[in-house]
Design a protein around this ligand. Structure first.
Ligand code: ATP
Length: 211
């Protein structure tokens, strides 16, 4: 059975790095659709600058005209930390018997054993891991509980970790927030509609602890 794909993130803001990797994961696994899940309270990183609602709006604007990409606000409806493990428990109940594929960048895999419930995550889903400039996979340096799960696919159940050779785009939300603060242009880093939303709302302009 074909897996269903999910992409969790803070998306503060969503950018072309996120969108390109989503397209390549969809193509690699022949997914009919892939769902982006903006988090409410990211537990493993500094808190976002944009509100959950603003990040949801930007994510919706970004995928509006992209076939196959959808957004689900399920993490925004939950109080407290947005733990991926809770989200996957919910999705496993919602889609019984369907393999779940959760995608992430290489930086996320390298810190994955610090995630709350990471062992349970691997009982619920497989991971599609995309290249990210500055973060290399060194299987010998990876926790043995992860390296033994490295796989080239296809996805046949939970617990596989599939590193992909995806287009490397050195774009980060942190860099985008810095550019806004410095009054620099955002062209070709994120979708036009999201650039316009940031400009109209005045997001990231004020001095803040974002970078
Ligand atoms: P920030 O700079 O604020 O930390 P970010 O650009 O890393 O943000 P997130 O929303 O935190 O974006 O990332 C969500 C997921 O997307 C993570 O798994 C991260 O590894 C991945 N990701 C983000 N940008 C890229 C990129 N340019 N290439 C590959 N993976 C990426």
């Amino acid at each position: 059975m074909k897996p269903i794909g999910f992409f969790g993130g803070t998306f503060d803001p969503i950018h072309l790095g996120h969108l390109r990797m989503a397209i390549e994961v969809m193509e690699t696994f022949a997914l009919e659709s892939l769902t982006l899940l903006p988090n409410k309270v990211p537990p493993h990183r500094p808190q976002p600058i944009a509100s959950a609602e603003q990040r949801l709006t930007m994510t919706q604007l970004a995928v509006k005209d992209i076939a196959g990409l959808t957004v689900d606000d399920l993490e925004l409806k939950r109080d407290g930390d947005s733990y991926t493990v809770d989200t996957l428990e919910h999705l496993a109940r919602k889609f019984p018997g369907r393999p779940l594929l959760f995608m992430m960048g290489m930086d996320s895999l390298l810190s994955f054993t610090a995630w709350h419930g990471w062992q349970r995550i691997l009982q619920l889903a497989s991971l599609a891991v995309c290249c990210r400039p500055g973060h290399r996979l060194e299987p010998d340096a990876l926790d043995a509980q992860l390296s033994t799960r490295l796989s080239t696919g296809p996805i046949i159940g939970p617990g596989q970790i599939v590193p992909l050779t995806t287009t490397e785009l050195a774009i980060s939300a942190t860099d985008i927030r810095t550019r806004v603060k410095n009054g620099q242009r955002l062209d070709f880093l994120l979708p036009r509609a999201v650039v316009e939303y940031i400009q109209t709302s005045g997001l990231y302009r004020a001095d803040s602890a974002s970078c």
